[in-house]
Design a binder for this molecule. Structure first.
Ligand code: SF4
Ligand code: SF4
Length: 460
């Protein structure tokens, strides 16, 4: 940002505060430090839900930190997953059908024509290596991706454990002790299990499919969702698709993978079944697990969930288990109405992969906004201005832009109704968030010569 732009941003901010919007917000600022109040004040479901009747959500975070959003708890049933409407049978999908797998298998249909598919393939196969920090993080992450790291047999001698409420509190505290940014427990939706998962994504480039996948037979009753922030300052310093993008993603994926592997191993040592699923070895579709655990609502990204405090500036891993636990409930903080009017991610997506539609459409038995995961994947792996992409993450008004009372107030208003949504989006635009690079925070090294995708590659 130039000094002139910075000055303009400061003026905009002063004008905003002078304009009276601040006065409106001041009325709510006094209660922003106690977000729990909003759960009862704004509850239009008449459901007062206390996840831990013995007094605390956890010992470390007694009040679940959902930021300043007005959060209502909703019941989990056959017709809804949180605020996502279920309209038919949801089929268990194969991990081998995801967009990245289709890039590796070079099955992109018309989108792959005119050499686009070949370039995307070469881009994916060299993606991690095209920035030294990605390589460093990726090489560490594979160490916790082996079958022995994510799964195993439980201790045949069950150890004594507290009752489910206390045990749930204990598992959440363990997550915070291991440095995750949020953790919660859901009833595991059966349809969230993959029908098959792949043993090695890159192997699909050279081996028949049947040698690369195996069926998923596990069915356990609970899922522990684990979130890690992709780092606010780094996001603020990035365009969203420059050199740091892939490293941000890998870093948060690795951190959640590490926490999930430890928690699953710990639970098995207590004598119960537990399987870690993370970005590098996974048997579940993570988003419905997070929604079931009350860690977010499905958003305009179609296959992504958005957390009321972190937005979707996070990565996630989960642990499926039969450890006796007391599940949390899904949440509603008005995101469906917000996404209906916002559309900022759709406008800013360089691949035009996100729908501008006002309404959701049916996809595999549930309603969501349409998204072309293929267009997104092709852009991410083919991007030569940087490595990968997180532009939608950079621009979404929910992915908190700073820790201040007026941002909290904006988030609270955004969770109220579509007028609040519209206002928050306007404030976000007015401050220039997500539309420009803020150089103050840029700390990483760029290697543009490395971002070029090689014309030929050797598949080992
Ligand atoms: S990651 Fe980039 S290409 Fe994919 S949906 Fe987001 S903005 Fe679009
Ligand atoms: S940018 Fe707007 S429309 Fe897109 S996910 Fe965020 S809130 Fe929803």
């Amino acid at each position: 940002m130039s000094s002139e732009q910075k000055k303009q941003l400061q003026i905009n901010r002063r004008n905003f505060l002078k304009a009276g919007v601040a006065a409106t917000f001041l009325g709510v600022a006094g209660v922003l430090k106690t977000p729990g109040k909003f759960a009862s004040a704004a509850n239009n479901y008449a459901v007062q839900y206390a996840a831990a009747p013995k007094g605390q959500w956890s010992k470390i975070h007694p009040v679940h930190d959902m930021g300043s959003a007005a959060v209502r708890y909703v019941e989990h049933n056959d017709q809804w997953l949180g605020t996502t409407k279920i309209v038919g049978k949801i089929k268990n999908i194969s991990e081998a059908e995801n967009a990245t797998a289709l890039v590796v298998r070079r099955q992109l249909g018309e989108l792959g024509a005119n050499g686009v598919g070949d370039k995307a393939f070469r881009g994916y196969m060299t993606q991690t290596a095209r920035h030294p920090l990605n390589t460093a993080i990726g090489q560490a992450a594979v160490l916790i991706a082996t079958p022995a790291a994510v799964s195993g047999k439980p201790n045949p001698d069950k150890l004594a454990i507290p009752d489910p409420e206390q045990m749930s509190m204990h598992i959440k505290d363990l997550g915070y002790f291991l440095h995750c940014d949020d953790i919660a427990i859901g009833k595991m939706p059966e349809y969230a299990y993959f029908s098959h998962h792949y043993l090695s994504l890159k192997d699909m480039a050279k081996k028949p499919m049947e040698e690369c996948i195996e069926p998923v037979t596990e069915r356990l009753p609970y899922v522990i969702g684990i979130l890690k922030d992709q780092h606010l300052e780094t996001t603020l310093g990035s365009t969203g698709y420059d050199g740091i993008s892939d490293a941000q993603s890998f870093n948060a994926y690795s951190a959640t993978a590490f926490v999930s592997v430890i928690i699953a191993n710990y639970i098995r040592r207590l004598g119960y079944n537990a399987r870690a699923s993370h970005a590098f070895n996974n048997i579940v579709a993570v988003t419905p697990c997070l929604v079931a655990a009350g860690l977010g609502e499905m958003c305009r990204l179609g296959n992504g969930s958005l957390h009321p405090r972190l937005g979707f500036r996070h990565k996630a891993a989960v642990v499926t288990t039969d450890l006796p636990l007391a599940p949390d409930k899904p949440i509603d903080f008005g995101l469906q109405d917000f996404c209906r009017v916002c559309k900022k991610c759709a406008e800013e997506c360089p691949a035009q992969a996100i729908s501008y539609d006002a309404d959701t459409v049916e996809y595999n038995g549930y309603l969501r906004w349409n998204v072309s995961t293929l267009k997104c994947s092709i852009f991410r792996v083919s991007n030569e201005e940087g490595v990968s992409c997180g532009r939608c993450m950079k621009v979404c008004p929910w992915n908190s832009k700073e820790d201040s009372w007026f941002h909290q107030a904006g988030t609270w208003m955004g969770s109220q109704n579509s007028a609040g949504a519209s206002l928050l989006r306007k404030i976000d635009d007015m401050f220039g968030y997500g539309t420009e690079q803020i150089l103050d925070y840029k700390w990483w090294l760029e290697y543009p010569e490395m971002y070029k995708i090689p014309e030929t590659i050797t598949i080992k």
